[in-house]
Design a protein around this ligand. Sequence first.
Ligand SMILES: NC(=O)c1ccc[n+]([C@@H]2O[C@H](COP(=O)([O-])OP(=O)(O)OC[C@H]3O[C@@H](n4cnc5c(N)ncnc54)[C@H](OP(=O)(O)O)[C@@H]3O)[C@@H](O)[C@H]2O)c1
Length: 203
Amino acid sequence: MSVKLEGNILVTGSNRGIGLELVKQLAEKTREEAHIYACCRDPEGTRAEALRKLTAQYPGKITMIKLDMLDEDSILTTVQAVSKQVGAVGLNLLINNAAINTPASPAPLSATGKKDMMEVYETNVVGPFLLAKMCLPLLQKAAERHSPEKDMGDKMSCRRSAIINISTLISSIEKCPETFPCGTDVSLQNQQGSVEHADSLSS
Ligand SMILES: NC(=O)c1ccc[n+]([C@@H]2O[C@H](COP(=O)([O-])OP(=O)(O)OC[C@H]3O[C@@H](n4cnc5c(N)ncnc54)[C@H](OP(=O)(O)O)[C@@H]3O)[C@@H](O)[C@H]2O)c1
């Protein structure tokens, strides 16, 4: 499926792993007008060195923004900063990529406790939910700029606006009976994803 990527795009957990690669490919493949808000916990720290290098390679195309998905104030501050920069154009695409998997799977049920489960739930479920909720007015702004008729014929597009929640096969209840704690959390994230998708489609 081909996906048109343009406009303002926010990626969480973009200092390493899949998030860093997403920012790299978005910077390479989108047109000049596209702008990527690359979020990470510590933009100044050593863990963000690769992202800083990438940002320097694409002057004016990537903005690094501090974001801790565990901290509601941090999420609000991020959204306010993005809102200020995107203005009336709004946000076209939110990619909820940041996530944790503790204890690392496959882990036996006996190795998992409340602290790990709550941290996974807050990072992987509550954080993306709050971010999507706070970004919704910005996504609606972007969607309102383009009439639905214009998108007729596109299989999938963020020309209006969209939320992508990166998930994992571990979220499949059918495929992971032995990773119950993690599977449960991520499937909750999947269910929440459907709600967000419905929201963005209705915007
Ligand atoms: N790797 C795979 O094989 C695989 C397979 C299927 C799905 N996925 C999914 O793909 C996504 C990325 O996976 P990955 O392998 O790239 O993971 P990763 O290398 O462990 O990177 C996770 C990213 O999330 C960030 N993060 C964690 N907690 C955070 C928080 N509280 N606030 C903000 N950022 C936070 C990390 O930042 P720090 O550097 O600050 O920790 C890092 O940038 C996840 O949603 C995962 O479920 C991965």
